[in-house]
Write a protein that binds this ligand. Structure first.
Ligand code: PEP
Ligand code: MG
Length: 574
């Protein structure tokens, strides 16, 4: 049956491929106790479910499709082996008897023990097998709950696969190689969540906030994903498929044409030079940066070096990563942001539980609370300044006290390096992100104390409008054109320009064509975005004339009716 779902478009492109379902990784079950006379029955219920799961695997092996990849057999064998592990097949029975608990609870508890054992493995491949453990446990759980599972096929290499998940964390996504999946779709998530940002940096179409996609889609279903419109079509008929194949070719052709602008300078029609920089998460992203013709790194989200790790990177490892980026950019600017950990980016094993993580110990707050972590990063960063045009950017500053404290940390680190005769750029520029409304409103102190500023619109909008950027339930309220947001942006850009402090925008708004002329009209001359967005934004700059923008931009700032604002913006973009 063909049906369509609508979500939030977060990374453009059209993908056609087969669904690969990612199992729910959490086993959410009830816990209850049983009277002694029912224990025997409960153990028997577990045994029946275990046998049924075993049988499921055996019949899958017997009915293996002829064209199935060789991985299919290996995958079945592995899952059968996991099922027979005493911790899954024996320990839950013992626990039911010993603790008089329900079978689901015993299974969940023993699975967690087994997963923890896999987590201990040094070998990354073995460690990753914990996902298989969870998949087998979910299958067994479904038997217990009377909802036998449908076999998730191993990722195939002969067709394009689209990953379908209830939720994906940025840490999940960063592990995939570019082009490993043709697209990603999730039930949860918002347009500027870090998951969405990573999908864009992998240059992979992605739609989030689809609500029930994971439930409605079956393994191997044929999917069409339109990452521009946020539309997902499940099991399309031939006519729809043909239409989207045409659209896909047209889209790819457009991208190829845009890439021809790679070497061109981003000048406006009236000759102003606009800098288009790139946002990256890892040193590997440099190839994308070069391919799309960005002239610098406007934001290196260094915290991604910390995700999915059991052992945190030490000074040397960090130094080598920063140095690689500095050298790789051949003297072009490289802005490295100090860790923005916390909220949706947590260090493995040190996850903090906070009532409002986005308002909690995040970014510079966490760094100032963990001086050792911060000092190590600052040493690595300062050492890397010797090898290129490196600047240091500090996230989530809210006012003078934090700026002073941060600058003192940097000064003390410089002195320590001096004492050890370690070279670094004595004139390294220190900048601050403007992403808290308080910072935008009290900008003067930032302009006086810091060398450059960068507006993080993702958080600035989140905090101005009190909308969790990762929550799809309130995604419709996330409005970059809200007059409050526009006024803050206008104020920050004009104040920075008045003080002669370089200002850029590195939030997702910077990579959206709809806002390029608006920013130019507000006086912005430097943008930073996902590498793949650079060519289209460059084309827009090349066809814009600053002289034409001022009047309409002022009208937009004076308007307070959302429809009027949209209408004026359309005129600006016409
Ligand atoms: C922002 O908040 O706009 C930003 C660029 O930082 P991040 O998305 O990493 O929070
Ligand atoms: Mg931010």
């Amino acid at each position: 049956m063909t049906f369509a779902l609508h979500g939030i478009a977060v990374s453009s492109g059209i993908a056609i491929g087969h669904a690969h379902l990612l199992s729910h990784t959490s086993l959410e079950v009830l816990h209850y106790n049983l009277p002694p006379q029912l224990i025997h029955e409960e153990v028997a219920r577990f045994d029946v479910a275990l046998q049924a799961t075993r049988q499921e695997f055996i019949s899958l092996r017997a009915n293996r499709p002829q064209h199935a990849a060789v991985e299919f057999d290996a995958f079945l064998e592995l899952h059968l082996m996991i099922l027979e592990d005493p911790l899954l097949s024996v320990a839950p029975r013992e626990m039911i008897t010993r603790e008089r608990c329900n079978a689901e609870w015993a299974l969940k508890t023993q699975t967690e023990i087994l997963v923890a054992q896999f987590d201990e493995f040094e070998d990354a491949y073995l460690r990753e097998r914990q996902l298989d453990v969870k998949q087998v446990a979910v299958r067994l759980l479904k038997q217990l709950l009377g909802q036998p599972g449908h076999q998730p096929a191993p990722a195939r290499h002969d067709v394009e696969m689209i990953l379908v998940a209830h939720d994906l964390s940025p840490a999940d996504l960063i592990q995939f190689k570019p082009q490993q999946y043709a697209a990603f779709i999730t039930d949860l998530g918002g347009a500027t969540s870090h998951t969405a940002i990573v999908a864009r940096s992998l240059n992979t179409p992605c739609v989030v906030g689809l609500h029930h996609a994971r439930e409605l889609i079956r393994e191997d279903d044929l999917l069409i994903l339109d990452g521009e419109q946020g539309v997902l079509i499940v099991n399309p008929d031939k006519a729809i498929l043909a239409e989207y194949k045409l659209r896909q070719s047209a889209w790819e052709l457009d991208r190829k044409k845009l890439k021809r602008l790679r070497g061109a300078r981003a000048n406006t029609l009236d000759g102003s030079v606009i800098e288009l920089h790139a946002n990256i998460e890892k040193p590997d992203d440099l190839s994308e940066v070069k391919e799309h013709g960005a002239t610098g790194i406007g934001l290196f989200r260094s915290e991604f070096l910390f995700l999915n790790r059991d052992v945190l990177p030490d000074e040397e490892e960090q130094f080598l990563a920063y140095k690689a980026v500095a050298e790789g950019m051949d003297g072009q600017p490289v802005t490295i942001r100090t860790f923005d950990l916390g909220a949706d980016k947590q260090i493995k094993g040190a996850e903090r539980v906070a009532n409002n993580p986005a308002l909690g110990l995040r970014a510079i707050r966490l760094c100032l609370a963990e001086p050792q972590l911060f000092r190590t990063q600052l040493r690595a960063l300062l050492r890397a300044t010797h090898y290129g045009n490196v600047k240091i950017l500090v996230p989530m500053l809210s006012g003078a006290a934090e700026i002073n404290q941060t600058l003192q940390f940097i000064e003390a680190t410089k002195q320590a390096l001096d004492a050890e005769n370690i070279p670094y750029d004595k004139d390294v520029k220190i900048g601050g992100m403007i992403e808290i409304p308080a910072a935008a409103l009290a900008l003067t102190v930032f302009a006086k104390k810091l060398d450059f500023l960068s507006i993080g619109t993702n958080d600035l909008i989140q905090y101005t409008l009190a909308i969790d950027r990762t929550d799809e339930e309130v995604a419709h309220l996330y409005d970059p054109l809200h007059p409050a947001v526009l006024h803050l942006l206008a104020h920050v850009i004009s104040t920075a320009n008045k003080f002669g402090v370089p200002i850029s925008v590195c939030g997702e708004m910077a990579g959206e064509l709809a806002y390029t002329r608006l920013f130019l009209g507000l006086g912005l001359r430097q943008f930073s975005m996902s590498p793949a967005q650079v060519p289209a934004i460059k084309q827009r700059v090349l066809t814009s004339s600053l002289g034409d923008l001022g009047l309409l931009t002022q009208k937009i700032l004076r308007a307070d009716d959302p429809l009027k604002i949209r209408e004026l913006l359309d005129k600006l973009n016409a």
